[in-house]
Design a protein around this ligand. Sequence first.
Ligand SMILES: [Zn+2]
Length: 432
Amino acid sequence: MHYKTIIALLSIIIFTVNISAKIQLIKKENNDSNTTLLVIAGIHGDEPGGYFAASLLATHYKINSKNLWIIPNLNKNSILVNKRGIHGDMNRKFSVIKKNDKDKKIVDEVKKIILSKNVSLVLNLHDGHGFYRKNNQGSIFNPTAWGQTCVIDQCNLKEEQEFGNLNNIAVTVKDNVNTKLIKKHHSFNVKNTKTKYDDEAMQLSLTYFAVTNNKPAFAVETSKNLSTLSQKVFYQLLAIEEFMKIMHITFIRDFDLNAENIDRIITNYGFLTINDNIRLNLSNIKKSLSFIPLELVKDRFIFSNPLGDIKKVKGRYRVYVGGKKLTELRPQYFRISESCQNKFDVIVDGEKVSVNKASSFFVNTDFKVLKSKNTRVNIIGYQNKNHSDESNVNIELKDLNKKFSVDKNNKVYRVEFYNKNEFCFMSMVKFK
Ligand SMILES: [Zn+2]
């Protein structure tokens, strides 16, 4: 993996959790054109192929010409519980919606985004049942299946509309995807639902709302019957890249597109930064962490992964990426000190190093945080109770109680800094 490039891409965007219904819209723009591809994922909360593909698009692609807008988790409350729609099927609410419908805010807002002047083409990502075939070949391969299709509601939009020849575009996309199949039976097809005449349910859908407003729109459906999530993401990205090529959106992807690389990327959950003073690595994190110093009133949670989310339940903060609950934080509320240092010195394996606040340092055998003025150090899990301030104490892995480690391998521990009774920041010591 080209680690440096990823960091560079990531540094452009951060993903702040917004507790309100507001949609997360990530814009990757160049000033050379209004041509904009809008990718919408997660309208159905149990279709991770779509929303993980959108997440990778946000974090691992750089757009060099024209524009890409991404909504990675439209129905995020349903994604958290891995349900199609906790308030019913959101993709049947785009024609009429009741005033008191709990999805109304989101549906109204995404309609506005779809109708934005700049949006030239809309993709709605799904994982569908089976493998679509024109002829019936059993319960998985048949004409009512949705998987491995590029779905259109009709063949054309108004003649002069750019990208309005939906059928031609869909055929080109599926032909090109079909040159890169992992297995032969994964082949893509175009499914025309002929929505206006034949499909009443689809008249209520997001794509039909777009096409009736003369916005080119397609659904990309990968199959729920593919054997792994990374295969679903692979086909979603293949299809999206074909749409970008048709729209002359040029891009750089910082990994080779194959299922193995995708698997590695989607199982790296990234980091959660809290209030600029705590940074948790979410990969390999323990199921539950206690006494996490929070502020209560205005805590800010920032994920490096666009599918990151927080749900507060019974006073605890559940941390998710996509539909996966990674950990639960039990808070201890503090005032945040305004007179904290930004760095501290540590003797690591006999050598003095300077460490930034809320970052990590790596240790082979032992470390000692050097005393600095007005600061009290608390090393969570250190078992010797003789010290109220644990600076200037030499510590090895055996001095630390595994119960208090941050990671599942019991190698990472919290080093917390306080100014009297106010919290400064938490750094991590990682034993090799
Ligand atoms: Zn769906």
